[in-house]
Design a binder for this molecule. Structure first.
Ligand code: ADP
Ligand code: MG
Ligand code: MG
Length: 249
C-alpha cells in the first residue's frame, strides 16, 4: 500500500528527514516511536501532504502511485487520513458539518452522490458510541474549546466516519488519561480491516498495550535506526532510547 524509499525532507531549509525507507502493507499496523524532535510529526505531515515541507529526495508510492505528486486534498480523497498531534480548532464550522463535508468529498472522488443527511446522522451516531462521545459535541465548532482528550477523541471520530485506507495517528495518545486512551485504542482497533493499514506515532509504549503493532520502528535524527516487532516497544519502555542511539553511533 505504501512504499517509502529514501525519503528526505526539509523545512525552512533545514533537513529533517534524512532517508526514510518503510513499507506498509494492507492489514498492517506500524508503530513509529522515537525521542522528541526525531522527525515523527514531520514524517506524518509529509505523508499527509503538508505544503510547508520540501521534499528533497526519495520516493513514496501509495497503491503504486506517486503520493508526493498529489495535493493533500487528493490524498485525503484517496483514503489517507492524518490524526494531528495538535488538532486544529475551526471556529464557526460545526463538527457535524465538517464531518459530512469531508465524507462527501471522499464520496465525490469515488463518483458517488452526496450522502443522505439522515442516513449520515445514523452513521455518525453509531461512531459516536465507539469513541464514547456526547452527541452534543456534533453541534459545537470543530475542536473549539474542547479539552485535550476531547480533541483526540474527535480525531478518532473523524477517522471512524471517514474510514481511511491509510490512517496516520500522530501521538493521539499524548495527554490522554487511561480511560480515554483505551477508548482511542478501541476506536483504532475497530477500524482495522484486511484492506487498510495504520501508522501509529507514539512517544510511549502504553498505547501499544491496546493497539498491538505488527512492526515497531525507532526514528531518531530523521532516520529509522531500528525496526522490530512489538517486543522492541517493550524493550524501549524498559531501557529508554539511549542504548539504541549508542548502538547506532
Ligand atoms: P517529533 O514529532 O519526533 O517530536 P518533529 O517532526 O516535530 O519531531 O520535529 C523534528 C525536528 O524538526 C525538530 O528538531 C524540530 O525542531 C524541527 N522543526 C519542526 N518544524 C520546524 C519548523 N517550522 N522550522 C524549523 N524546524 C522545525
Ligand atoms: Mg514531539
Ligand atoms: Mg511530534
Amino acid at each position: 500500500m505504501l512504499q517509502i524509499t529514501d525519503l528526505q525532507a526539509s523545512i525552512d531549509g533545514k533537513p529533517i528527514l534524512k532517508g526514510i525507507s518503510l513499507t506498509v502493507n494492507a492489514g498492517e499496523v506500524h508503530a513509529v516511536m522515537g525521542p522528541n524532535g526525531s522527525g515523527k510529526s514531520t514524517l506524518a505531515q509529509v505523508l499527509a501532504g503538508h505544503p510547508a515541507y520540501e521534499i528533497t529526495g526519495g520516493e513514496v508510492l501509495y497503491n503504486g502511485e506517486n503520493l508526493l505528486e498529489m495535493d493533500a486534498e487528493v490524498r485525503a480523497q484517496n483514503g489517507v487520513f492524518l490524526a494531528f498531534q495538535y488538532p486544529v480548532e475551526i471556529p464557526g464550522v460545526t463538527n457535524a458539518y465538517f464531518l459530512r463535508a469531508a465524507y462527501n468529498e471522499i464520496r465525490k472522488a469515488k463518483g458517488l452522490e452526496e450522502v443522505d443527511p439522515m442516513e449520515f446522522l445514523d452513521l455518525v451516531e453509531e461512531k459516536l458510541k465507539l469513541v464514547d462521545m456526547d452527541p452534543a459535541m456534533l453541534s459545537r465548532s470543530v475542536n473549539a474549546g474542547f479539552s485535550g482528550g476531547e480533541k483526540k477523541r474527535n480525531e478518532i471520530l473523524q477517522m471512524a466516519v471517514l474510514q481511511p485506507m491509510l490512517a496516520i495517528l500522530d501521538e493521539t495518545d499524548s495527554g490522554l488519561d487511561i480511560d480515554a486512551l483505551r477508548i482511542v485504542a478501541e476506536g483504532v482497533n475497530a477500524l482495522k480491516r484486511p484492506d487498510n493499514a495504520a501508522i501509529v506515532v507514539t512517544h510511549y509504549q502504553r498505547l501499544l498495550n491496546y493497539i498491538v503493532p505488527d512492526f515497531v520502528h525507532v526514528l531518531a535524527g530523521g532516520r529509522i535506526i531500528k525496526s522490530g516487532d512489538k517486543s522492541l516497544a517493550l524493550e524501549l519502555e524498559a531501557r529508554g532510547y539511549d542504548w539504541i542511539l549508542e548502538t547506532v553511533a
